[in-house]
Design a binder for this molecule. Structure first.
Ligand SMILES: Nc1nc2c(c(=O)[nH]1)N[C@H]1C(S)=C(S)[C@@H](COP(=O)(O)OP(=O)(O)OC[C@H]3O[C@@H](n4cnc5c(=O)[nH]c(N)nc54)[C@H](O)[C@@H]3O)O[C@H]1N2
Ligand SMILES: Nc1nc2c(c(=O)[nH]1)N[C@H]1C(S)=C(S)[C@@H](COP(=O)(O)OP(=O)(O)OC[C@H]3O[C@@H](n4cnc5c(=O)[nH]c(N)nc54)[C@H](O)[C@@H]3O)O[C@H]1N2
Ligand code: SF4
Ligand SMILES: [Mo]
Length: 676
C-alpha cells in the first residue's frame, strides 16, 4: 500500500482546524497542513502539528479491565459489560451519575444522555462544560437568550475593537489569535483583562488591564459608568432593542471610580481609554473565557460583559457580540446533545413539555421530569458513577476530597483511552476508540458542525463510545431504543429531535469544507454564522440589562496564606495532559509541573529558578518547580493544570458559583515555602 493524505480535524481545541494525516500501511506517520480549510488555512499550533502521536502510545487501553482481588485485570467485553450491567441494575435514579466526555462526538454524547434518561431514569448526566462554560448559560440566557458564540471565527476580522476578557488566546486558541492579529493589521484596537502578563498581553494587547484576581465586575461597572458619563452609549439600540436600562443607569450613577481603581489595581486612565475605545467602535467584539468564568461570580461576570455590549450596541452584527469561547473539541456539541442535568437535547429545559416531546420521539414513557444534579455534586452524592473520557482526579477542585468521595462509592466504571487517575480507582475500565478510529460529528466553537471519518482501526478491542453504551443498554433490557448500527443512524435521530441540526446531513457535511453553522433549520439552509441578526433569543426578543454588584472571591489572601493562586493552561498541553504528555515533541517543551512567581516575590521567599517549593492551601499541599517570571504580578502565583505530580487542583477552592455550579478554580489563597 502507498501513502495516503487523509483530511481530518485536529482533536484538541474547539477552533476545529483542518489537518492532513499522512497514512502508510494503515498507520498514521505524520501531519501535513490543509491549506484550503477555512478555519486555519494550513496553519496549526504545536498540538495540531503533533495531533496523532498519543494514539500510538504503548499504554493505550486495548482490552476491558475488571477489578479482581483488588487488581484491574484484562477481561472479555462480555464479562466486563455483564458486570457493569449487573451493578447498574442496583442503582437508583438518585444515586447514579453519568459524566460524558468533551472528546465524545455528537453521536456518542447523544447516546450517553439517552442511556441516562431512558435506561437509568435520571437527569444526572453532565460533562465538563459544567467546570467551564456553565456561566455562559447563567449569564447570557437572561441577557441575550442563549449562551453560544455569537459571531463566527472569520468574522472576528471584521471587528475594529476586540476585548479579550480573561482569555489567554495566544496560548489557548492560537488560530483565533491569528484572526485578532489580522484585525489589528486593519487598524482594530485590542484590550485585554488578565492579572497575568501573558503572551496575549505581550503580543496582542494594545491596552492590558492587569487587574487583581476576581475584580472584573468592579472594572466593567466602572467602564459602563464612564461610557454613560461621556454620553457614548448607543441610544437608538438601547431604545429599540433592550429592556431594563433605567435600573442599570441608576445603579451606575452611584459607582465610585476611585474605589474601582483601588479594587482592581488598574489606573483609572487605562480603564477610561478601554471604555471609550470600545464605545466608539463600529463593531466591538468581546471574546471571553475562563478568566472571568471560573469564579463564584462567573455567571454575574458574564452578565456584566453582556450589559457592556448592549450599552454600546455591539451585538447582532458579524464581528461583534459577547462570545463565549467553549474550549473543547466537542464543548459545544456535548451540551447541544443534552449532557446537562437541566437540558434535554437542543437545550430543551427539563420539564413537562420537554419530557412529552422526548417520550414521543423515543417511544418511551416515564422519562425523568426532575432536574438532575451537577458534575461535582455527582462525585459527592452518587454511589454509582459512569465516567467517560475525563479525569475528576485532576480537573475538579480539592482533589484530596474528591478522592475520598470516589473511594466510598459502590461502583465506578470508567471509559477512556488511558488508565487515568480516576480509572485507577475504578471497578471496571472500558477501552474507547479515538477520534479517527470511529466516525462522527463534532460541533466547534462557532457552532460549526464538522464530520470526522474513521480511517484507522482502534488498537486491540477498543470500541467507539456510542457502541459501548448501546451494548450496555441492550444488556439492561433496552435494545429496541439503542439498536444503532452506525454513527449515521444516530445522527438521523439527532436531526429529528434537535431543530438546530435539522438541515445538517452527513451528505452535506461530506461536501462542505469547514462544516455548517447551526441553527440550520432545513436542508436548503446555508447555516447561521452570526446569531441575533434580527433579534435576541430571549422570549421578547430584547436584550435585558442586569444590575450586578462587585463581590470579592470566596477566599482571599491573609497573613497565613498570603498569595493569590490562579491556575490555567500552557500552549503545549491539554488539561489533564493524558494526551499531550504522551506526545514526545510536546512533553519535551514542558515535562513537569511548575509555579510562576514574580522576581520581587522570589527574592522575598528566597527562591531561584528551578528550586523546588511547597505550596499549601487550606485543602492540601503539593511540590513544584519554580519559574521566576514577570508573567505574574507581585502577590500572584500561577500553576498549570496539566501535571498529576504537581496537581493544581489539590490546592484549589471548591466554592461554587450558586447560579451555575462552576467552581472557583481561578482564585484562592496559598502559602509558598522552600521545600524542607
Ligand atoms: N493549549 C491549550 N489550549 C486550550 C486548552 C488547553 O488545555 N490547552 N483548553 C481548552 C478549553 S476546554 C478551554 S475552556 C479554553 C480556556 O482558555 P483560557 O480561558 O484562555 O485559559 P486559562 O489559561 O484557563 O485562563 C485564561 C486566563 O485567565 C486569567 N485569569 C485568572 N484570573 C482572572 C481574573 O480574575 N480575571 C481575568 N480577567 N482573568 C483572569 C489567567 O491568568 C489566564 O491567563 O482553552 C481551550 N484551549
Ligand atoms: N484548576 C483548574 N481546573 C480546571 C480548569 C482550570 O482552568 N483550572 N479548567 C476546567 C475546564 S475549562 C475543563 S474543559 C476541564 C477539562 O477536564 P477533562 O475533560 O476531564 O480534561 P481532558 O484532559 O480534556 O480529558 C479528556 C479525557 O478523555 C480521554 N479521551 C481522549 N479521547 C477519547 C475518546 O475518544 N473517548 C473516550 N472515552 N475518552 C477519550 C483522555 O484520555 C482524557 O482522560 O478542566 C477543568 N478544570
Ligand atoms: S488551534 Fe486548536 S484546533 Fe487548531 S491546531 Fe491548535 S489545538 Fe488544534
Ligand atoms: Mo473548558
Amino acid at each position: 500500500m502507498g501513502i495516503k493524505y487523509v483530511p481530518t480535524i485536529c482533536p484538541y481545541c474547539s477552533c476545529g482546524c483542518g489537518i492532513y494525516l499522512v497514512v502508510k500501511d494503515g498507520r498514521i506517520i505524520g501531519v501535513e497542513p490543509w491549506k484550503e480549510h477555512p478555519v486555519n488555512e494550513g496553519a496549526n499550533c504545536p498540538k495540531g502539528k503533533n495531533a496523532y502521536e498519543y494514539i500510538y502510545s504503548e499504554d493505550r487501553l486495548k482490552m476491558p479491565l475488571v477489578r479482581k482481588n483488588g487488581i484491574l485485570q484484562e477481561s472479555s467485553w462480555d464479562e466486563a459489560l455483564d458486570l457493569v450491567a449487573a451493578n447498574l441494575k442496583e442503582a437508583t435514579p438518585e444515586n447514579f451519575g453519568l459524566i460524558a466526555s468533551c472528546r465524545n462526538s455528537n453521536e456518542d454524547a447523544y447516546v450517553m444522555q439517552k442511556f441516562a434518561r431512558v435506561v437509568m431514569g435520571t437527569n444526572n448526566v453532565e460533562y465538563c462544560g459544567r467546570l467551564c462554560h456553565s456561566s455562559a448559560v447563567a449569564g447570557l440566557v437572561p441577557t441575550m437568550g442563549s449562551g453560544v458564540m455569537q459571531t463566527s471565527q472569520p468574522e472576528i476580522e471584521l471587528s475594529d475593537c476586540i476585548f479579550l476578557a480573561g482569555v489567554n488566546i495566544k496560548e489557548t486558541f492560537p488560530l483565533i489569535a491569528r484572526r485578532v492579529l489580522r484585525a489589528k493589521a486593519k487598524g482594530a484596537k485590542v484590550f485585554y483583562t488578565d492579572p497575568r502578563n501573558t503572551a496575549t498581553a505581550k503580543h496582542l494587547a494594545d491596552i492590558h488591564l492587569q487587574l487583581k484576581s476576581g475584580t472584573d465586575a468592579a472594572l466593567i461597572n466602572a467602564m459602563m459608568s464612564i461610557i454613560l458619563a461621556e454620553g457614548l452609549e448607543d441610544k437608538e439600540f438601547i431604545a429599540s432593542k433592550t429592556a431594563g436600562f433605567d435600573e442599570l443607569r441608576n445603579f451606575l450613577s452611584k459607582v465610585d471610580l476611585k474605589q474601582a481603581e483601588e479594587i482592581t489595581g488598574v489606573p483609572l486612565e487605562k480603564i477610561r481609554e478601554a471604555a471609550i475605545t470600545y464605545a466608539k467602535a463600529d463593531r466591538g467584539c468581546i471574546l471571553y473565557d475562563q478568566g472571568i468564568c471560573q469564579h463564584t461570580v462567573g455567571g454575574d461576570n458574564v452578565k456584566l460583559h453582556a450589559d457592556l455590549a448592549l450599552l454600546c450596541g455591539h451585538a447582532g452584527k458579524p464581528g461583534s457580540g459577547v462570545n463565549s469561547m467553549r474550549g473543547q473539541i466537542n464543548g459545544e456539541g456535548s451540551g447541544d446533545m443534552g449532557c446537562l442535568c437541566v437540558f434535554y437535547p437542543g437545550f430543551k429545559r427539563v420539564g413537562e413539555e420537554t419530557v412529552k416531546f422526548f417520550e414521543e420521539a423515543w417511544g418511551v414513557s416515564n422519562l425523568p421530569m426532575k432536574p438532575g444534579i451537577t458534575y461535582i455534586d455527582q462525585l459527592y452524592k452518587c454511589g454509582f458513577l459512569y465516567m467517560v473520557g475525563g479525569d475528576p482526579m485532576m480537573v475538579v477542585p480539592d482533589v484530596n476530597n474528591v478522592k475520598k468521595a470516589l473511594q466510598s462509592m459502590s461502583f465506578i466504571v470508567v471509559q477512556d483511552i488511558f488508565l487515568t487517575e480516576i480509572a485507577k480507582l475504578a471497578h471496571v475500565v472500558l477501552p474507547a476508540a479515538t477520534w479517527v478510529e470511529r466516525e462522527g460529528t463534532h460541533t466547534f466553537i462557532d457552532r460549526r458542525v464538522q464530520k470526522i471519518n474513521k480511517f484507522i482501526d482502534p488498537p486491540g478491542e477498543a470500541k467507539p463510545d456510542w457502541w459501548i453504551v448501546s451494548q450496555l443498554a441492550e444488556r439492561m433490557g433496552h435494545k429496541d431504543k439503542f439498536n444503532f448500527d452506525s454513527a449515521g443512524e444516530i445522527f438521523e435521530e439527532i436531526r429529528n429531535c434537535v431543530p438546530q441540526y435539522k438541515g445538517i446531513t452527513y451528505e452535506r457535511l461530506e461536501k462542505t469544507t469547514g462544516g455548517i453553522h447551526w441553527p440550520c433549520p432545513s436542508e436548503d439552509h446555508p447555516g447561521t454564522p452570526t446569531m441575533f441578526l434580527q433579534k435576541f433569543g430571549t422570549p421578547d426578543g430584547l436584550g435585558h440589562f442586569q444590575v450586578v454588584e462587585y463581590k470579592p472571591p470566596a477566599e482571599v489572601p491573609d497573613e497565613e496564606y498570603s498569595y493569590f493562586l490562579t491556575t490555567g493552561r500552557s500552549i503545549f498541553h491539554y488539561h489533564t495532559g493524558h494526551m499531550t504528555r504522551r506526545t514526545p515533541k510536546l512533553i519535551n517543551e514542558a515535562h513537569q509541573g511548575f509555579v510562576e512567581i514574580n522576581p520581587e516575590d522570589a527574592v522575598k521567599v528566597g527562591v531561584r529558578d528551578k528550586d523546588i517549593v511547597t505550596l499549601e492551601t487550606r485543602r492540601g499541599s503539593i511540590e513544584a518547580e519554580v519559574r521566576v517570571t514577570d508573567e505574574v504580578q507581585p502577590g500572584l502565583l500561577f500553576i498549570p493544570l496539566h501535571f498529576p505530580d504537581s496537581c493544581a487542583n489539590v490546592l484549589t477552592n471548591s466554592a461554587l458559583d450558586p447560579s451555575c455550579k462552576c467552581a472557583e478554580t481561578k482564585v484562592c489563597a496559598v502559602k509558598i515555602k522552600v521545600k524542607q
